[in-house]
Design a protein around this ligand. Structure first.
Ligand code: ADP
Length: 467
């Protein structure tokens, strides 16, 4: 048999039950309201906004949700011991009551000596809630008595509360609310729900301050970047002008030194021969540097023009090899060309490709003291390009140096050991030029002393691709 109570609750008991239910309902509704308020505040906190905008939204959301007369957020500056209002929200009646003045209620109004202030010392120096029903404690020193009385009565001010905003154990501010009833009359669960908001505000404020700092440093970075770009542009222009000015005299020095050595001005006395050769070699090196500088400034200013056309890369490579036979022979190096065909048509800028092959062959001779230099051409059908490899038996390059060889001014460590003059610019120029033409340059070496292979990749012409 089910256990059915044999007596109905008395009307007194019924009343108590109803009252309890009502109370629980009320409690639940406050909890519900608090939860949705917290959710709202969280949504605000994740927006990418500055501290003032975030605080303004938070103040308004809290005020309207909890039906306060006013909510404001004040930031604390410890060095100055001052509180500055950064946001506030007011009910219409409070706003009307306080009128345009006093400006104390506006943003940027400041409270000095906050840590010993009659009202604010609690949240600021004692880390606890500030509470008063005597409003003159809060504004007495700032607002004339008459205005204050008007604000209190027409603005429905009954009590003021202030909670500390704490980030990493430091008080960074306070949030202040004006209530239209004494705080003490609030139920415990209502008080708890109000207290729970403080943390969310502190976190939101912290995030907003970080966001502000980030934005500020981003702006500074952008400014320095612009300045750097300007300076870089000035530097490029300066190098360009200087190089142009230097080109003519150095060409004259090189030309005359060459004529002297060749005996165009009569036989060179033995004592002068060495010196003349040094003048010639040095001026040749200087001319190369100037040429490299000019190439770089042209690349950086985007002034290099490329005229892409179809041409036979085998005959171009063979011309370069021919031009360098003499230099190779002087160092007793073998220099050969190997190609599967006599004609391979590529699509690129012939002058620039010649410059690239020349640079690689010139380097191979410079950095090889014995052995051979092979220029090997191969078609790579699956990549639709032709590879020109310049393979030498020279000083080789370590793995670390290979990684940065195509950067400006980059020279391998062992380049200095062999006493070869260089600027570390030639390969950078080749790399930049190959990129624009849809090609590539790369390096491989098994290590120092083990020779090097530099590979150019050049796109095949449409006709050659279909062969
Ligand atoms: P430079 O020869 O004027 O220094 P490059 O840009 O042409 O400038 O070459 C960069 C560096 O790459 C050289 O300084 C050298 O260390 C290395 N390098 C280039 N070619 C070779 C090579 N064939 N063998 C060994 N090292 C090389």
């Amino acid at each position: 048999m089910p256990n059915i109570p044999d007596t109905q609750p008395s009307s007194e008991e019924f009343k108590t039950i109803t009252e309890n239910l009502y109370k629980q309902n009320l409690e639940l509704s406050v909890i519900n309201k608090t939860l949705s308020l917290l959710q709202e505040l969280y949504k605000i906190s994740i927006q990418n906004l500055g501290s003032r905008q975030i605080s303004a939204r938070i103040s308004e959301t809290i005020r309207s949700s909890l039906n306060f007369e006013r909510v404001s957020i004040l930031r604390y500056t410890a060095e100055l011991d001052s509180l500055t209002q950064i946001a506030s929200a007011e009910s219409t009646r409070f706003h009307v009551a306080r009128g345009d003045s006093p400006s104390y209620f506006d943003n940027d109004s400041t409270i000095e000596n906050a840590s010993i202030h009659a009202f604010f010392s609690d949240p600021i120096s004692k880390n606890q809630m500030g509470y008063t029903e005597d409003v003159s404690l809060v504004w007495g020193t700032y607002v004339p008595k008459e205005s204050l009385l008007k604000i209190i009565s027409e603005g429905h001010v009954r009590s003021v509360i202030a909670f500390p905003l704490i980030i990493e154990d430091k008080v960074v501010g306070t949030w202040v609310s004006i209530l239209n009833r004494p705080y003490t009359e609030l139920a415990t669960y209502e008080k708890k729900s109000i207290e729970s908001i403080s943390n969310v505000i502190a976190v939101a404020l912290d995030k907003a301050l970080l966001y502000e700092k980030l934005r500020e440093s981003n702006e500074q970075l952008a400014q320095s970047n612009d300045r750097l770009k300007e300076l870089d542009q000035l530097k490029t222009e300066f190098v360009s002008i200087a190089s142009h000015q230097l080109r003519a005299p150095i060409t004259a020095i090189k030309g005359y030194a060459s004529l002297i050595i060749e005996g165009s001005f009569g036989e060179v006395p033995e004592a002068l021969r060495g010196a003349s050769e040094r003048i010639f070699e040095s001026s040749k090196f200087m001319a190369t540097i100037i040429e490299d500088f000019l190439n770089i400034t042209r690349i950086e200013q985007g002034h290099i023009k490329y005229s892409l056309e179809d041409f036979n890369v085998v005959s171009l490579a063979s011309r370069v090899v021919e031009e360098y036979q003499h230099s190779a022979h002087e160092k007793k190096l073998g220099l050969s060309l190997e190609s599967p065909k006599t004609t391979i048509i590529v699509h690129a800028d012939e002058g620039k490709i010649k410059q690239a092959i020349t640079n690689l062959v010139d380097n191979a001779i410079k950095y090889t003291s014995a052995g051979t230099i092979r220029v090997v051409i191969n078609i790579v059908p699956e990549r639709n390009n032709v590879q020109i490899q310049v393979i030498d038996t020279g000083i080789g390059i370590s793995a670390t140096d290979q990684n940065r060889l195509f950067q400006k001014f980059s020279r391998a460590k062992n380049a200095n050991n062999v006493n070869v003059l260089g600027t570390g610019l030639g390969l950078y120029v080749v790399h930049e030029m190959m990129k624009v033409q849809g090609g590539n340059v790369s390096v491989f070496s098994e290590g120092e002393g083990k020779g090097s292979t530099f590979t150019l990749e050049i796109p095949l012409s449409e006709e050659q691709k279909s062969k």
